[in-house]
Design a protein around this ligand. Sequence first.
Ligand SMILES: O=P(O)(O)OC[C@H]1O[C@](O)(CO)[C@@H](O)[C@@H]1O
Length: 526
Amino acid sequence: MTQWKNLDTLASFGELAKVQKVNLVEAMSGQNGADRVKKYSVPMAEGLTYNYAAKQVDDQVIDALEKLAAEAELSDKFAELYNGAVINTGENRLVLHHLTRGQLGDTVTADGVDKRAFYVEQQQRIADFANKVHSGEITNAAGEKFTTVVQIGIGGSDLGPRAMYLALENWAKKNNTFKMEAKFISNVDPDDAAAVLASVDVAHSIFVLVSKSGTTLETLTNESFVKDALAKAGLDASRHMIAVTSETSPLAKSDDYLAAFFMDDYIGGRYSSTSAVGGAVLSLAFGPEVFAAFLDGAAAEDKLSANANVRENPAMLDALIGVYERNILGYPATAVLPYSQALSRFPAHLQQADMESNGKSVNRFGEPVDYVTGPVLFGEPGTNGQHSFYQLLHQGTDIVPLQFIGFKNSQIGTDVVIQDSTSQQKLCANVAAQIVAFACGKADDNRNKNFEGGRPSSIIIGDQLNPQALGALLAHFENKIMFQGFLWNVNSFDQEGVQLGKVLAKRVLAHETDGALKEFSDLLNI
Ligand SMILES: O=P(O)(O)OC[C@H]1O[C@](O)(CO)[C@@H](O)[C@@H]1O
């Protein structure tokens, strides 16, 4: 059994603080920089590479981080997690999202069933269902094929699947595996559902209601919104809706759905993209084979994450460097910057994955911690972000460590040569330029034009964003977040912080308010 200890009680953390800090401007300038780019690079799965040359680390720092990983028992804790320990202590639950994409360790039995077999069974049921929809065996009441899939869900039941869909939409079109367009309704803002419904042909749409708990206010409200639209169109909602939920949720018992597919309480919402939550919409949109390839990529990356050798484990290394930046260097935030339009919603997904997991002030035993935990995370695709918030990143008073992602090839392959370079080359040139500009800066006598440099970044580089690479990328970040939670000794798998707002909103709707809550309710005309 591993020991769960606060970060600041670990001797190796004290030692880490004493290691000489790296001067990133010097480290990344001239031949030094060139050598570091070659040296500080580690293979990920599916042809991806994690390069940390422009991070504020050197061999001494990495040695100290290795000791920290060993003392914090990161590898052993991961093994306990995938072998079925109750890692989510807050909710007394196992944490099994890795099992949705592969058998990493022992057979895990819970609720009397082999959990890997359960997840595979659900994948198979979804695959059969999707194939029947595509072949026209399952149709609308008029016997016509469904052409669009609309997912209804919020948080983890929206962000991951939506980000993954957008990431692969153009790839699937280019590779002739695109089956159906997908749309997403998430916000309880009525304009969200109304606009999506106005943009689809409801008679040929299949709606996927996704809610693990089956009780989320926004999702149930949007379900009613959709049912109302179906009824107004003279359609039987139960011929147009499927549900993805846990077997214990109220939705599981309902006859309102054409079919129901299951995840369980051991899959956190923000870790559910590789479960039935992502599986239904992605299998319908792209075919089950594409979803299977995505799972393969995630499984391959999980295997690397199980390697106890920090220098060969990109997720663990990334996590350790992130903790070094947060707790020793004192940086408050991090930005995820994919130079890939297809990853436009990937930062939004990671925002939930990271901030809902590690935005905690108490440790696993409910005791306050005396150190900072999860950073603020934000991001947008490059090069768009360069024309937006990069000013602050280059010359602002805070140093924000950056996580770039880039691909050598586009997904569609259509390109144009302007001024001797393609758009893809321009995209890649920009990310290379940004890494060096952030790290090295540029001295100028005019202070307004001076760049201090010393702003750390890493980059994940791949050949092309395909289903396998996307799976590996997702698993990398999920595992990074998990390792950081282990280091901070927080429970990364509950989210009590979202409850208070929900309770107060219910009170407002029941008109049970006083004080400031009543005044704001009045101001908003509720
Ligand atoms: O799938 P459900 O149960 O509707 O939950 C949706 C989301 O709500 C949250 O519980 C936060 O409010 C997330 O963690 C979760 O992803």
